[in-house]
Design a protein. Structure first.
Lengths: 325, 383
């Protein structure tokens, strides 16, 4: 075991998989010599060369379109989109092509690839370096969506994602890229792309979160425990889609109350889907209205970003109100 | 780069709207009298030329019959290649066996050339249980992996960057493989064209970019797609060699594409080929071109019909007779008729297939939705 941050753990996963499987190639803007603007691919260029760690021209549609071609050929491309905010030029290729190849070709073609991209705010990035567009991809049939919150999960989930037979969006919460540290085993291990994790047990209210917001949810859980004696059960989704609904429903049946936290805007955010699914599966177990604590339905702001984000100061009162309803 | 100032004799000046439709200076092989220009003739084996003629006739007849089937309401849609058969067949023939084709949506002729049984194509037209795409897409959105032929989608241009990525992967793996991507001149306005050309140029991928300049993108004429004189000259901006050829001349297309394939295979990188042709039909069966173009233009291009030109060439070689031609047509008619009968009597795909192939393994939520669908009511009618 070694202590790593998320950047190091993701880098470790890429390196191990590139050593193990020569079909794996990394491509994107600045992923080569400089090792990515967040240094996630640092050192890979030196070890694997420019045939497998490829600096591309500055065109996200081209990065993903070319990666699809590589996947069709039989490689395992891991394209990087420098910020999730810049993924939209590639939206057509992801949504209309990568996500649909298997289905539209009757299973003839498959498109295994992992699109890595940093998401989320809290890094003074303004609108174009802070967004969380996960629900757009969850809404798209044919994509898997992952968002780890810690180094251990990041490594195990990325190895699973690269070995998966379908296209995966791998969102990396950049606010905790270096802040989230933990023990990470050396060598390979995988975490299935279908399992949420209960990271704090509790009986009064369920909190569903992922990525950087998990830490805010945990902080609120400790706060309401100390202040009010409310014990929140906190679930880290880890893989957003396919959703581990069983873990959520099991928890909600126990607590009867649920709060979903996400950075993305409220309307049509993934929280809306999660709460609807809970209504469908556990309606009669609910003791309080299900609640969302999310980003506002505004563009992501610069100066007031901490007022935009659903941080501890907003999660704590939501937990108290829901628990006491 | 060729620069054109006049109109080539074979087109007699009519039907040319703008300079960029001019054919002056463009590589042609078959001359107006049907003979091959001796200095330009690629001297293909006669058997291959006859095979190409047969494939073009077959493609033409299929187009005509499929339009009729659509008008009769027996299939939902057809998007064809009337007038563009030389571009499509000769370029497909010029690819080597190991090479891969990334189609647009007018290239069923290339797919059949690559060996897909006609029955499977007709099954796709009907979206039945034997359709390789399992009835999941509109007609003419076929898939042909066993024939090293891509999977058709409707968004414009997406196949181009994929063809570049595929060729790039092959190059990284040191495989002797070239890809081609078909697209219309309208698609040169798409993001994908520019990114594909740029990536192909930067990484010298073995890719042949096949632009069918057929004059029209649905109702928008080619001169409204670009302010450049030609589409080929866009290659200059990307450092990609580009040529124009007479797209209604089988021998010219074959020769030009073959040279590009050999150039790519030798490590030279991509080539952009602008094949000058004309869309004799509407965009698809959903389109009526009388709303936006004059009949004179169509009449003119009918005289430059690639089938007529190849037929004339074969006549000068004494390699075709009326009887042979009639038999060829009768054979295609009979073959197609039989395929339609089979396709029409083949059941639609099983309801469960709706939920297959979304992912390699069916997730729980899809299993639940599948059960809900199977146990639920069915629609009153199917189109």
């Amino acid at each position: 075991m070694t202590e790593m941050n998320m950047v190091q753990a993701i880098n470790d996963a890429l390196r191990l998989e590139m050593r193990r499987d020569d079909r794996v190639v990394v491509l994107g803007e600045d992923v080569g010599k400089v090792g990515g603007v967040f240094r996630v691919t640092q050192g890979l260029y030196d070890e694997f060369g420019d045939d497998r760690v490829i600096d591309t021209p500055l065109a996200e549609g081209g990065i993903i379109g070319a990666a699809i071609g590589m996947a069709l050929y039989g490689l395992r491309p891991v394209p990087e989109i420098q910020f999730a905010d810049f993924i939209f030029p590639a939206f057509d290729q992801i949504v209309s092509e990568a996500a649909k190849y298997r289905y539209r070709s009757g299973g003839e073609y498959t498109c295994p690839m992992v699109i890595r991209t940093p998401v989320g705010g809290g890094i003074r990035g303004g609108h174009y370096h802070s967004q969380s567009p996960e629900s757009l991809f969850i809404h798209t049939a044919g994509l898997k969506v992952v968002c780890p919150s810690n180094p251990y999960d990041a490594k195990g989930l990325l190895l699973s994602a690269i070995r998966d037979e379908d296209p995966v969006l791998f969102f990396e919460p950049k606010r905790v890229y270096r802040a989230a540290k933990g023990e990470v085993p050396e060598g390979e291990y995988t975490i299935p792309l279908s399992e949420a994790k209960v990271v704090r047990e509790g009986k009064h209210v369920t909190v569903v979160a992922w990525g950087a917001m998990l830490y805010e949810a945990l902080a609120s859980a400790e706060e309401v425990s100390a202040r009010e004696g409310i014990e929140a059960e906190v679930i880290d989704l880890r893989t957003l889609w396919p959703l581990d609904l069983d873990t959520i429903v099991e928890s909600v049946k126990k607590t009867g109350r649920v709060v979903v936290v996400h950075e993305a805007p409220k309307t049509c955010g993934f929280g809306a889907e999660i709460l609807t699914l809970i209504n469908e599966k556990a309606f009669l177990h609910l003791e309080a209205p299900p609640v969302r604590v999310t980003g506002w339905d505004t563009p992501f702001p610069y100066t007031l970003e901490m007022d935009y984000l659903p941080l501890q100061h907003r999660i704590t009162p939501a937990l108290i109100e829901t628990a006491k309803f | 780069m060729q620069v054109e100032t006049n109109v080539k004799a074979i087109h007699g000046g009519a039907g040319i709207r703008t300079p960029e439709r001019s054919l002056e200076g463009i590589a042609s092989v078959i001359r107006p009298d049907g003979t091959a220009h001796p200095a330009q003739d690629p001297r293909l084996p006669l058997a291959l030329v006859k095979q190409l003629y047969a494939a073009m006739v077959r493609t033409r007849i299929l187009d005509e019959r499929l339009v009729t089937l659509q008008r009769q309401g027996r299939i939902g849609f057809h998007i064809g290649s009337l007038g563009e058969e030389a571009c499509i067949l000769a370029s497909a023939a010029a690819m080597r066996d190991q090479d891969w084709i990334f189609p647009c949506y007018r290239e069923f002729g290339a797919l059949l050339w690559r060996g897909m049984p006609l029955q499977r194509y007709v099954d796709n037209m009907f979206g039945n249980a034997n359709d390789p795409a399992k009835g999941r897409q509109m007609p003419d959105h076929y898939t042909g992996k066993p024939y090293k032929f891509g999977s058709v989608s409707s968004p414009i241009g997406t196949q181009m960057t994929q063809a570049v990525g595929f060729a790039w992967a092959a190059k990284l793996k040191k495989d002797d493989l070239v890809t081609s991507a078909y697209f219309g001149e309208g698609a040169t306005s798409s993001n994908e064209f520019h990114t594909a050309m740029n990536f192909a140029g930067v990484f010298k991928t073995p890719t042949v970019m096949l632009c069918r300049n057929n004059g029209w993108a649905i109702s928008v004429p080619s001169e409204k797609q670009t302010a450049t004189r030609t589409f080929a000259e866009k290659g200059i901006a990307y450092g990609v060699p580009a040529v124009r050829c007479d797209g209604n001349d089988v021998l010219a297309v074959y020769k030009t594409v073959r040279a590009a394939v050999e150039f790519a295979a030798a490590g030279g990188g991509p080539t952009l080929i602008e094949m000058m042709t004309y869309r004799l039909s509407g965009h698809s069966t959903s389109d009526d071109p009388r709303a936006y173009r004059v009949e004179d233009e169509v009449t003119h291009w009918r005289k430059a019909d690639p089938l007529l030109r190849l037929r004339k060439h074969l006549e000068t070689l004494g390699a075709i007779s009326d009887e042979e031609d009639a038999k060829l047509r009768a054979d295609v008619d009979a073959e197609l008729k039989a395929c339609i009968e089979v396709a029409e009597s083949t059941p639609r795909p099983a309801l469960t297939s709706l939920f297959d192939d979304v992912f390699a393994e069916k997730p729980k939520y899809l299993i639940e939705q599948e059960r809900e669908c199977l146990e639920g009511p069915r629609p009153q009618a199917h189109h």
